[in-house]
Design a binder for this molecule. Structure first.
Ligand code: NI
Length: 182
């Protein structure tokens, strides 16, 4: 099956593709590179900081992420708090969560307007493959660490709806119902 990247668009909850468990990418081909490029474009248009392949209907273990540098967020710090440019992570694996979990509000491009508080460890390491097929390992804190965890959740069919505080689920109930009816 060949994917036409121009046909890809961001799917919204409750699309069943968002609940599928994604499969490892066997080989970083030109098709994978074209899809990643389209995902970066979609992420930028939607003004998001991350987008996972299941969100465009592909059951692939791949996501893109860009947390631009701002005050208190530096790509050069150790662990990093931002990215210099949009980055692609193929077959990502998280490890070494560090520190007590911290709450922060999260949204999702697949669940428009819904925001809820999610607990995550503040520092985490990711190992993945880049678009040249080369492995890399990085450690991040703050929003970047949170973004990695949110996107890796997508690869297992997990959404912020599953992770957010119960009070936030109740607060967002009307929006969630509207999406389910759409
Ligand atoms: Ni999301």
């Amino acid at each position: 099956m060949t994917v036409d990247p121009t046909s890809l668009d961001i799917l919204h909850y409750p699309d069943p593709a968002l609940r599928a468990k994604a499969e490892p990418v066997a080989d970083v081909t030109d098709e994978v590179r074209r899809v990643a490029s389209r995902m970066i474009e979609l992420m930028r248009i939607a003004e998001g900081i991350g987008l996972a392949a299941p969100q465009v209907g592909l059951p692939w273990r791949l996501f893109v992420c860009h947390v631009p540098p701002m005050e208190g967020r530096s790509p050069a710090s150790d662990p990093a708090g931002a990215t210099n440019q949009p980055t692609v992570y193929v077959n990502p694996v998280l490890s070494d969560p560090t520190g007590p979990v911290e709450p922060a509000d999260e949204g999702c491009l697949s669940i428009p307007d819904v925001v809820g508080r999610v607990l995550r460890p503040p520092i985490i390491t990711i190992s993945a493959i880049d678009l040249e097929g080369l492995p890399f390992t990085r450690t991040a804190h703050g929003l970047l660490a949170r973004c990695w965890q949110h996107e890796c959740d997508h690869l297992d069919g997990v959404l912020i709806l599953d992770r957010m505080a119960q009070l936030d689920r109740i607060r967002n109930r009307r929006l969630i119902r509207e999406l389910e009816r759409a």
